[in-house]
Design a protein around this ligand. Sequence first.
Ligand SMILES: Cc1cc2nc3c(=O)[nH]c(=O)nc-3n(C[C@H](O)[C@H](O)[C@H](O)COP(=O)(O)OP(=O)(O)OC[C@H]3O[C@@H](n4cnc5c(N)ncnc54)[C@H](O)[C@@H]3O)c2cc1C
Length: 471
Amino acid sequence: MQVVIIGAGISGLATAFLLQQEAAAKGRQLSLTVLEEEAQVGGKIRSMRSDEGYLCEWGPNGFLDGKPATLDLCRQLAVAEKLVRSNDNARRRFIYSEKRLHQVPENAVAFLRSGLLSASGKARMAGEIVIPARRGKSDESLADFCRRRLGKQALDRLVGPMVSGIFAGDPETMSLQSCFPRIHQLEVEYGGLFRAMLCLARQRRAERRSGQVVASASGPAGVLTSFSGGLQQLTDRLQQVLADQVQVSAAVTGLEPAGGKFNLQLADGRQLTADVVVSAVPAYNFASLVKGFDQQIATLLGQIPYSSLQVACFGYRRQRIAHNLNGFGYLVARPNTLPLLGTLWDSSIFPQRAPQDSVLLRSMLGGATQPEVGEWDRERVVDETRAALRQTMGIDVEPDFVQIFRHRQAIPQYLVGHGQRLQDLQQRSARYPGLFFTGNAFFGIGLNDCVSAAQRTVAAILAGDRSQHTE
Ligand SMILES: Cc1cc2nc3c(=O)[nH]c(=O)nc-3n(C[C@H](O)[C@H](O)[C@H](O)COP(=O)(O)OP(=O)(O)OC[C@H]3O[C@@H](n4cnc5c(N)ncnc54)[C@H](O)[C@@H]3O)c2cc1C
């Protein structure tokens, strides 16, 4: 079987590696090629060590170890012993609201004491327990869900910032079911979020009493995990293991089904034929490849927009910053008059990110609600970041080190109706047996989601069964 995977981000590389492993275990013959348009693999994953000794992540900062997918992949690649976990004090997360940073409360007592929500905002949130469940099947925006169950303040000061932190997205347009399926499930299964928390806590107490090992269903999503040299160590290792099966500077410019196989056209003039093609590229790239033979798939893919982002990495000598930087960083509450979505205190999370006696702050600007920020030039991004850090953290000094990254199409937005769009895509692409798609545009944007989707894609390819590919 000849398999071509288009795109060598984490999704394409993980699919290639896991396919190779599974095929070998099953004694299946496989010819595998991964084609990547850029000169280096990794896609959104890129770690840059500056001459000054700062380690700046272009894209993701790490993955959460609360789900097994990426950890298992690291074990299979024999790099798990090189992983570093974020500092314990990185559990302290903050929200900038009403001109100051508030620590996100970690328990009920801290919640009651916190100034993040007003007394009426807290009372409205607590009233969630009596709000009847909405068990209909139709999708709902994150903002509508939150206003309905928890109130407007919780939306503005808790959920809204979280959505901009994860998706750089707008909660008014994003799908609850596709962005946070577990939360949707909790309402359906238990009748509400507080009811679910109480029920799950009761279950855990009963399990503890009976001596069972407790798996916390509603517990924290895990610890942020990376490598001392940054996440790129993972994709570099995948490239090393896949060796010459990966081709860089190899952009695919054309794709067409031909008699049960697929013909691929490359930018350098080469042509390839494959039995199986896996698209692991962003939705807009996949759309341009399929539009020549299936406009309907291209249209569906075109309905998955991307938010833009600018990432500003600022380094300072430690003694120049008065703030204690004791925590993970902060996100900005709605309504947000700043271009800033939030700032991660990178060197507090992973001390290896800054030279000794220095600190690294990484700010995200723009997102779905401020698309114009993605077009700003470097000077404007630096000025606006400095102004925002002055306002939010009282940092008035010039940074000793600056690195700016622009992502014009950073993160796919799962808009209301995303689940239906996926079903339509799945149904329509079933006309082309041997054509698979994976990647962060469909089944989750976190690295764990991308690796889990790669696992399902591999199972579906080897089973010759497209339906296993869907969630
Ligand atoms: C700023 C930022 C911060 C993030 N932070 C986190 C985080 O902390 N934790 C986390 O879990 N996730 C995070 N994410 C999300 C995560 O990084 C992505 O969802 C994930 O890396 C996407 O991987 P992918 O392989 O699906 O897509 P990509 O990384 O986009 O890879 C697609 C690849 O396809 C290639 N390609 C495109 N077209 C073609 C073509 N025609 N021919 C050949 N190759 C092509 C591209 O060059 C690219 O290499 C972050 C994302 C961003 C942007």
